[in-house]
Write a new protein. Structure first.
Length: 391
């Protein structure tokens, strides 16, 4: 039987890197002694007020069709949060509710590009970006953020990647897996290039609420005609499974996005939208709690990973992850990931899942219990010391 070319495009270059994570999940379900650092699902509970509102709404039979664009009250609340973070004032018609940020990224890609076009993204990138962006039919063009530059942007690399077929630049800020925040100066330079070449900018800001001060520098208020901002409640409110996200941009684009969402989802469940309203109402408190949670654990992990033979830590500025440089261990990142799990039951993500520039690194999540962080770091140290001693 034959399949469309889409199934090849959506497979993603890093799909195999998830094998260790899935094996760790299965081992954990069997009751084995494993520690999972391979995914960013914080060990926090969804705020009780959010859960209660969802239950009340379901009991009130808020379980029928909703509008594909999202309820006006929720879109207005998202617009207000966006204004506090970015300084950009938008109306509810410039907001579309989506099933998480992932759905928003897919919608943006499919509305902005197609066959024969090119979409840029910074490498390292979030692991789903290749499949998501290539699903549009466009060609994915990675822009390298080089390890020797501590994964900061070199404008010459961005300029060199642009052709007459380039339509948009997608990036996460703060970055995943790097945890790096693009500065005002870097964004200004990116904005100037986007204007020069008439490019869209899609800024994935799912971790913005847990960055210092609850925001990151943004181009949205300076370039409203070409910036799309993507966000969600997954990380800030421990609501990964609720799939409550959004995209914000020019009304014409949001009209196109609504048409696509009618074909794709036909609206987020009403009881989830009502719960999301409560979540946005307590956003400052929830973000501060999650920010403190992540900051404390990041510091703990960095401290316990210091001076491990053959490695170096890249301390994050924000987010739930850090990169560990393992090039000095004598193993590539795939072998390191697999052998660490087999020998010590610690699951990390192979940097290759995030692009060529992250090969030789592994990504670790610190969004877990502090005692598990300490124990995982102890096992990683034991593994690397064994490698250093040799056979």
């Amino acid at each position: 039987m034959k399949f469309s070319q889409l199934v090849t495009r959506i497979a993603g270059d890093g799909a195999d890197a998830w094998r260790t994570h899935y094996a760790a999940q299965a081992a954990q379900e069997r009751g084995e002694d494993v520690i999972i650092l391979s995914i960013g699902d914080p060990a926090l509970s969804t705020p009780q007020a959010v859960v209660d509102r969802a239950i009340d709404a379901m009991r009130a039979e808020d379980t029928h069709y909703t509008t594909a664009r999202g309820r006006e009250t929720l879109r207005r609340a998202i617009a207000q949060l966006h204004a506090r973070r970015s300084g950009q004032q938008v109306g509810e018609d410039e907001v579309v509710v989506t099933a998480g940020a992932q759905n928003a990224l897919l919608t943006a890609a499919m509305c902005l590009a197609g066959e024969g076009d090119e979409l840029l993204t910074f490498d390292p990138y979030y692991a789903t970006y290749p499949g998501t962006l290539k699903s549009s039919g466009a060609t994915l063009v990675p822009v390298p953020l080089r390890a020797e530059n501590r994964f900061r942007l070199d404008l010459a690399d961005l300029a060199a990647a642009i052709t007459v077929r380039t339509r948009a630049l997608f990036f996460a800020n703060p970055g995943n897996p790097t945890g790096i925040i693009l500065s005002d100066e870097e964004l200004a330079d990116i904005g100037a290039i986007a204007r020069r070449h008439d490019l869209w900018i899609v800024a994935d800001e799912v971790y913005a609420g847990i960055a210092p001060g609850g925001r990151v520098p943004s181009l949205a208020d300076r370039m409203p005609e070409r910036v799309v901002t993507v966000g969600s409640l997954s990380k800030t409110h421990a609501m990964c499974g609720w799939r409550a996200g959004w995209m914000i941009g020019p009304k014409t684009l949001m009209d196109h996005a609504e048409n696509l969402l009618i074909s794709m989802l036909y609206g987020l469940p009403g009881f989830i939208q009502e719960a999301a309203l409560v979540a946005l109402d307590i956003a400052d408190e929830s973000e501060r709690k999650t920010r403190d949670y992540c900051t404390r654990r990041a510091q703990l992990m960095v401290e316990h990973l210091k001076d491990i033979p053959g490695t170096a830590v890249l301390a994050p500025q924000a987010g739930m992850f850090l990169l560990l440089d393992i090039r000095g261990t004598g193993l590539d990142s795939t072998a390191f990931t697999e052998r660490l799990f087999r020998a010590h039951g610690v699951a990390v993500m192979d940097g290759g899942a995030f692009g060529e520039q992250a090969r030789g690194f592994v990504r670790l999540s610190f969004a877990i219990d502090e005692t598990l962080i300490v124990e995982a770091c102890r096992r990683i140290r034991q593994f690397c010391e064994g490698l250093a001693r040799g056979p």
